[in-house]
Design a protein around this ligand. Structure first.
Ligand SMILES: Cc1cc2nc3c(=O)[nH]c(=O)nc-3n(C[C@H](O)[C@H](O)[C@H](O)COP(=O)(O)O)c2cc1C
Length: 142
């Protein structure tokens, strides 16, 4: 399987999670066609990929008002009609409904959103591994 990874990150956690997810997928013999910031998506890598992984982070007042950062950048992604997409959000304390908001935006790009997970920034390695394992399962059971 081939995955393209698109990341929105301010302080590096989400970027790191993307790298960990890429490494976990490669261990499952997946190929990573591209790894890019969401503001400059690699169109060819997205086109070539079977699955696009989109990661961003949660902002808000920590326990209220949480939302995914970079919603406008998700909206500006190339049309991904029928493309399988899996999303994740990194957070510190409480992600609220941020993942639902990311999913909604991705659906509006035409993507087929096959899953998503919130990753706690203090447990990035374990949560990234879990994300990759669930993604591999979802694709192989499809
Ligand atoms: C301005 C700001 C607001 C944040 N608000 C929240 C929040 O409401 N809830 C939460 O769980 N984490 C919150 N966080 C923590 C980030 O979601 C977390 O550190 C995330 O991993 C940052 O990703 P990045 O390192 O890729 O930028 C906030 C961080 C910042 C900088």
């Amino acid at each position: 399987m081939k995955a393209a990874i698109l990341i929105e990150s301010l302080t590096g956690n989400t970027w790191r999670a993307g790298e960990l997810i890429a490494a976990n997928l490669q261990q499952e013999n997946w190929q990573v066609t591209g790894f890019a910031p969401m503001r400059s998506p690699d169109h060819a890598a997205i086109q070539e990929a079977d699955v696009v992984v989109v990661g961003t982070w949660v902002h808000g007042l920590f326990v209220v008002g949480q939302a995914p950062w970079g919603v406008d950048r998700i909206r500006a992604l190339p049309k991904m009609s029928g493309k399988r997409v899996a999303a994740f959000c990194t957070f510190a304390l409480n992600p609220g409904k941020s993942l639902d908001a990311v999913t909604r935006e991705l659906l509006s790009t035409g993507a087929d959103v096959i899953g998503g997970l919130t990753l706690q920034r203090g447990r990035l390695a374990a949560h990234s591994e879990e994300f990759a394992a669930r993604l591999v399962d979802a694709v192989s059971n499809a």
